[in-house]
Structure formats: C-alpha cells, structure tokens
Design a protein around this ligand. Structure first.
Ligand SMILES: [Zn+2]
Length: 345
C-alpha cells in the first residue's frame, strides 16, 4: 500500500518494495545499489490506464524482483507503459531494456543517453583496453590500485545494464512531455552525464532533477577514457547557470539519490559556488607540479577511501582538465606517463 502523503520533505525514504506518494499520482520508490552510495530513487507517474516510470535502477535479478513487487503492490497491477530515463548511467538506465523487451514499455530518453548506453552495453571487454590503462597512468593512478585493477576483469557496462533492444523515443531541450496528469518542460542538464534530462512541471511545483541536482551530495563530474580531454566542469557550470533561473523556493526537487527537497535556488547557488571554491583551491595546490591523483586534498577536503578512489580520480581529472582548458595551468609528461599540471606564471 501507498503510505499516507505527508507535507514533505521526508526524513526517511520508502522501505524496499514500498512507495511514498510525494504528490497526487506521483510515487517515490527506491532500489538498492551495491556500492557506497547504496540506493537510487525511481518514480512512477499515474497516467490513468498505466504508469510512466522515471529511471529504473541497476540491472540485477534482485532489482527486477523488487520491481515486480512494486508493480504488484504500490503500482496496483497497472502496466508500466513508458520508461523515461534521465541519463545513461547504469543505476538509472539499468533495467530500461527489461521494461522494453519483457513488459512492452516504450523507452523515452535523450539521444546521447541512448547512444552511450547502447554503445557501452555492446562493448564487452574480457581484459582491460590499453586506452583505459593509458588513461589511468596519465591520471597518475596509485600504482597499488592500478596493479590490483589490472589483475581483475574490467568493469563492463553490460554487467549492470540489461540488454537494450533497438528503438527509443527521443526527448530534447524545449520538449513538453505529459505524464502523471501534468505537462513537464524538458530541460537538458550536462556535466554529470551528457544530455541529462530534467523535467519541470508546468502545473504544480514538482521538478524531476535526476542526478543533475541532488540535495546532500554533489553530483560526480568525471572524465573517462572515452574522451580524455573532455571538460565536463565547464558543461556542468553552463547547465547550472542555465537551469538556475527556472528554480523557485516552493519547488519540490525529486532527485536520483538522497531525499526530495525544497530550496532549489539555494541548492543551485551552493553547487556552483562549491565548484568555484574547489577550482580556486586546486589552482593554489598546483603551485607545485602534481598529477590529477595528487589533487584529492584540495578538491574533496577529506580522506578518500578505496571504494571512492575511482570516482575521485575521474573527478580530479575533470577539474585539472578544466583549468587546462581555461589556460590557467600547463602540463608535461612525467617519465611514467602521468601528466603533471602546474599553475602558469
Ligand atoms: Zn548518474
């Protein structure tokens, strides 16, 4: 059963297999993730004769079993007709293909999200691609962590994303999507994932933010071997500044992780300021030549554990890349292949 609707925001998430009705016809549910960030939020919007769900969790037998419980329980046995995916990361798109091929649902997402997810699920590697290893060495990855990684089977997108059949419906900037009895303006985020969709209700105060805007953690902004010179920090800042004028204090933000929250204008300003602060500290830190892996202290201001190392490293590369593209640092190769960055002048 659906829990009674409190005024929100909520201090506790829905229990596994249960839903909280955050607004009329809009259910908030959670699926587990096997990592430090141990959950992802998913939403169901009541379209009358069926449901639209937003995001799907990471692919596993366990998450699909929970979906079956949710469909039989809080979703009342009505079919999931449409799956809207905010961005291509496995915790969001992981079960989209299952809803398409097993439940006959339509997949609605951005072109970049679909292309990235389908490309990566087809790219199955039994051993580490040399490009990925070179990328890790360029970033100055800790040798012990590098050796341990190389000894294991590489991460494969196909391990965490259900096979994606051909065919999807594209959404893009400026579209209006009807779901849950509301019209939603589609605005593109960027930086955390390319072409990340966010949804802004025209009819009430709801905003589905995905991972573009989160309440109590800052979305990871990373550079990967697919595009080693990418500047997602610039893309992130551009998107935040473009989305900020759409925010109002009364809006309820429904994000991909953590709790729904009020106070979007303040949160946007905070997220932007945090990155400017981190970039300023990083530039100071680079008065000596350092690798990306040697830049955790000024960026994160806390100790990075083994389980967070990979995300911290890609985020560090994103920030040194940004300073490099701004022309504020130079870089040179160390003998072992790592890039050393240093402040100019
Ligand atoms: Zn994500």
């Amino acid at each position: 059963m659906t829990s009674p609707r409190p005024d929100g925001p909520w201090s506790e998430p829905p229990a596994q297999g249960e839903a909280i009705e955050v607004a009329e016809g809009v259910l908030w549910m959670r699926l587990p993730l096997p990592m430090k960030l141990d959950h992802v939020n998913v939403y169901a919007l009541d379209d009358g004769d069926g449901w639209t769900i937003v995001d799907t969790g990471m692919s596993s037998n366990k998450t699909r079993r929970i979906w079956e419980e949710l469909m039989a329980g809080p979703l009342g046995g009505k079919p999931v007709r449409r799956v809207v995916v905010t961005h291509h990361h496995p915790d969001h798109i992981g079960n989209a293909g299952w809803f398409q091929s097993v439940h006959g649902a339509e997949l609605v997402t951005t072109r970049t999200a679909w292309l990235f997810a389908r490309m990566l699920t087809l790219d199955v590697q039994e051993s580490w691609p040399e490009e990925t290893l070179a990328f890790y060495r360029s970033a100055g990855m800790d040798p012990a962590i590098y050796d341990a990684r190389v000894a294991e089977r590489p991460f494969n997108f196909s391990d965490t994303v259900y096979p994606m059949p051909l065919g999807f419906t594209r959404i893009k900037q400026g579209d209006v999507l009807r779901m849950g009895g509301r019209d939603w303006d589609v605005h593109m985020g960027n930086g955390h994932a390319p072409e990340h969709a966010t949804f802004w209700s025209r009819d009430d105060n709801l905003v589905i933010t995905g991972d573009q805007i989160l309440s109590s953690i800052s979305p990871n902004i990373g550079v990967y071997a697919t595009e080693p010179m990418a500047d997602p920090v610039a893309e992130w800042l551009e998107a935040c500044e473009r989305l900020a004028p759409l925010t109002r204090p009364d809006q309820l933000a429904l994000g991909g992780h953590k709790l729904p929250f009020f106070g979007l204008p303040h949160r946007m300003a905070q997220l932007i300021d945090n990155h400017h602060g981190a970039l300023a500290r990083l530039l100071d830190h680079l008065d000596e030549p350092r690798t990306a892996a040697e830049c955790f202290a000024p960026l994160f201001k806390r100790k990075i554990g083994g389980g967070e190392y990979g995300l911290a490293l890609v985020e560090a590369v994103a920030h040194v890349n940004h300073l490099y593209h701004l022309g504020q640092v130079d870089r040179s190769r160390r003998a072992d292949g790592a890039w050393l960055y240093q402040r100019k002048g």
